[in-house]
Design a protein around this ligand. Structure first.
Ligand code: ZN
Length: 286
């Protein structure tokens, strides 16, 4: 019996190896959802351009969350502003940040529209650690967290522990099941090349972007906080508060190289027109 199983296994292996590459890799069904996880209103977006060119200009930024449903599991990419803000009449003007926050609809309510809860989401990853991306991190403490080593270290350092307002939105992840991304390597989430986390540091030490290769819509590149404003990409603006300017400029060049090589649709995550050009939730790209 054991020998029979072994020879069946060998046969399967032989057949699999004998197939041409295209046939062996039939594209998996993937659904890509863009969710509204908050809005931030600034009277002055000068902080997003260290050349001073945006000083004094007001702007509303969208704060999105993305859900990628793959046969190998679900991935949430960024978790938005804390959904508790939805319960505050008129939103929140935080003490430590010069903007006004609103959350029109809770992330959990949007997942419920897909008959899902956070516990159904197998994988969690953030473009980076800032509070408009990690605001609902603790909802996914039962997921497997995929994170760059440098970013994780920064999230749990003494400075961030001493800021409970933001830290307590993701503190439970310290004990979550974790897949660490070491060095500058890309991370292939499902092992089939369809969903790849690509390191693009500079905004923070472990800032990353996400390349999703959709079977019908084609490649989509979610660029995290590489470009905050509609002017940022064309003019290669660098925020004043990035951790490393030279690294940011290098990452912008690398992200643009990947975008032109893959012909990806580039999504500037905080730019309203990029968000509204995606299917309105619960519709999906696929
Ligand atoms: Zn952000």
């Amino acid at each position: 019996m054991k020998n029979l199983l072994l020879s069946v296994a060998a046969l399967v292996l032989l057949v699999a190896c004998g197939q041409p590459a295209e046939q062996a890799q039939e594209s998996p069904k993937i659904q890509f959802y863009a969710m509204d996880c908050g809005h931030t209103t600034f009277q002055d977006v000068g902080m997003f351009a260290d050349d001073g060119s945006m000083n004094g200009q007001p702007r509303e930024l969208i704060v999105p969350c993305y859900l990628i449903r793959h046969p190998g599991g679900d991935l949430i990419w960024d978790t938005g502003l804390p959904e508790a803000i939805a319960d505050l009449p008129g939103g929140l003007t935080p003490a430590n940040f010069p903007a006004h926050f609103e959350v029109p609809v809770k992330l959990t309510a949007q997942l419920a529209q897909l008959n899902m809860t956070p516990a159904d989401v197998e994988f969690l990853s953030f473009s980076h650690m800032h509070s408009d991306h990690t605001g609902n991190g603790n909802l996914f403490a039962a997921s497997t967290w995929i994170v760059d080593t440098d970013e994780r270290t920064r999230m749990f350092d003494a400075e961030h522990r001493s800021d409970p307002q933001d830290f307590n939105n993701y503190n439970l992840l310290e004990n979550a099941r974790t897949q660490l991304i070491e060095g500058d390597d890309d991370h292939d989430v499902f092992g089939d090349g369809t969903v790849t986390i690509i390191q693009a540091p500079g905004h923070t030490p472990g800032h990353a972007v996400l390349l999703v290769r959709l079977p019908n819509a084609g490649p989509v590149l979610l660029t995290g906080d590489m470009y905050h404003l509609s002017e940022s990409r064309e003019r290669r603006l660098v925020p004043t508060f990035n951790t490393d300017r030279a690294q940011t400029v290098a990452s912008q060049a690398e992200v643009e190289r990947i975008a032109s090589e893959t012909h990806a649709r580039v999504v500037r995550q905080h730019v309203m027109e990029d968000f509204t050009s995606l299917p309105a939730f619960p519709a999906a790209l696929n």
